[in-house]
Design a protein around this ligand. Structure first.
Ligand SMILES: NC(=O)C1=CN([C@@H]2O[C@H](COP(=O)(O)OP(=O)(O)OC[C@H]3O[C@@H](n4cnc5c(N)ncnc54)[C@H](O)[C@@H]3O)[C@@H](O)[C@H]2O)C=CC1
Ligand SMILES: CC(C)CC(=O)C(=O)O
Ligand SMILES: [Mg+2]
Length: 359
């Protein structure tokens, strides 16, 4: 029987609540599809700060590296917001992505038919939307040097970060996007700010150069401000959206609302070798943490991505995705998606319904 070692990073806020559900569902599909999952819980973010005094202990990173796949819920809490930057939960997540060399973050945005009325946009705008954000994840302004804060002679303080990309960093993420576009509808839109930023002009030049090797992919470029507008104007025009770390972070939260809730969007963070990290797009939702209110579906769909991409257990992945569609078709909703005629469920009760749907 195939056996896989999974590192679980429950993290902070709603993280432990949604992780508990994902684990139960993964155990069930493993049983149903005849493979074994060995879970290893490790601390990250605020949880690790409490236990080890740092957001990414060496033991957590080592466990992740030694596993077949990593499933992360979310990190962050307001109580850490005034710590020095390197000691904050978010720095732990960035260090984890860098430590595993996970340069490609895939964020699929597909409309579940049962949620066609759940978006803040009209059904005719979002119907049929099926796009994939390919976000560069280990470069750009989140990692660029120099950065910091300095005191100026005139008494002012200045804060600064640097957005950098090298040609090889652009090439490797562009290749991921071109390859995925080829497997999908063959339409790739690269999003940048090349009208203003040198780093974006380099990005655009490299993407254009790569296009020669992909004559079957229809490549276009769009400035990020326009892309933000087009995503809510006519989202069906997009197939694969290729973009940088910062722009992808922002655009994917915006795109989440096409599906009805940020609580619906999963992601996969991948490198060229080694284990992938599978993580919902949302954060730790401190405003609803510990209240059994969270939507666990983004986490469950991230677990499905882990099964498909990380473990090549396609049938089990599909079973999880079908369970998500089934509970939504039955009208079960957590508070973020609640609508007239639906049944409102707590996070844990949604987990029970998902288990029932799998049975
Ligand atoms: N990957 C990660 O671990 C991420 C961590 N963060 C961290 O999370 C903390 C909170 O950040 P925010 O900007 O508030 O973003 P957030 O995504 O945690 O929350 C934004 C809003 O969406 C709601 N929400 C998020 N996930 C939900 C879910 N599964 N079900 C129902 N509602 C949900 C929240 O209640 C909140 O109103 C911060 O410390 C931030 O740094 C933020 C984004 C990603
Ligand atoms: C919390 C940040 C480190 C990242 C983030 O918002 C994201 O990856 O979506
Ligand atoms: Mg984000």
């Amino acid at each position: 029987m195939a056996s896989y070692r999974i590192t679980l990073l429950a993290g902070d806020g709603i993280g432990p609540e949604i992780t508990a559900i994902a684990v139960k569902l993964l155990e069930r599909v493993a049983q149903q599809f005849n493979f074994q999952l060995d879970f290893d819980h490790q601390p990250v973010g605020g949880d690790a700060i409490e236990k080890f005094g740092e957001p990414l202990p060496a033991s957590t990173l080592a466990a992740c590296k030694a596993s077949d796949a990593v499933l992360l819920a979310a990190i962050g809490a307001p109580k850490y917001d005034n710590l020095p930057r390197q000691q904050r939960p978010e720095s732990g997540l960035l260090a984890l992505r860098a430590g595993l060399d996970l340069f490609a973050n895939l964020r699929p945005v597909a409309i579940v038919p049962a949620l066609i009325d759940a978006s803040s946009l009209r059904p005719e705008v979002i119907s049929g939307v099926d796009l994939l954000v390919v976000r560069e994840l280990t470069g750009g302004i989140y990692f660029g040097q120099p950065k910091g804060r300095v005191q100026l002679e005139n008494g002012e303080e200045r804060g600064f970060n640097t957005m950098t990309y090298s040609s090889s960093e652009v090439d490797r993420i562009a290749k991921v996007a071109f390859d995925l576009a080829r497997q999908r509808r063959g339409v790739l839109c690269s999003v940048d700010k090349a009208n203003v930023l040198d780093v974006s002009q380099l990005w655009r030049d490299r993407v254009n150069e790569m296009a020669g090797a992909y004559p079957d992919v229809n490549l276009s470029h769009m400035y990020v401000d326009n892309a933000a507008m087009q995503l809510v104007r006519q989202p069906r025009q997009f197939d694969v959206l290729l973009t940088s770390n910062l722009f992808g972070d922002i655009l994917s939260d915006e795109a989440a609302m096409l599906t009805g809730s940020i609580g619906m969007l999963p992601s996969a963070s991948l490198g060229s070798s080694g284990p992938g990290l599978f993580e919902p797009v949302h954060g730790s939702a401190p405003d609803i943490a510990g209240q059994d209110l969270a939507n666990p579906l983004a986490m469950v769909l991230s677990a499905a991505m882990m099964l498909r991409i990380g473990l090549k257990q396609d049938a089990a992945a599909l079973a999880l995705e079908n369970a998500v569609s089934a509970v939504l078709e039955q009208g079960f909703r957590t508070g973020d998606l609640m609508a007239d005629g639906c049944t409102k469920l707590a996070c844990s009760a949604m987990g029970e319904e998902l288990l029932r749907a799998l049975a």
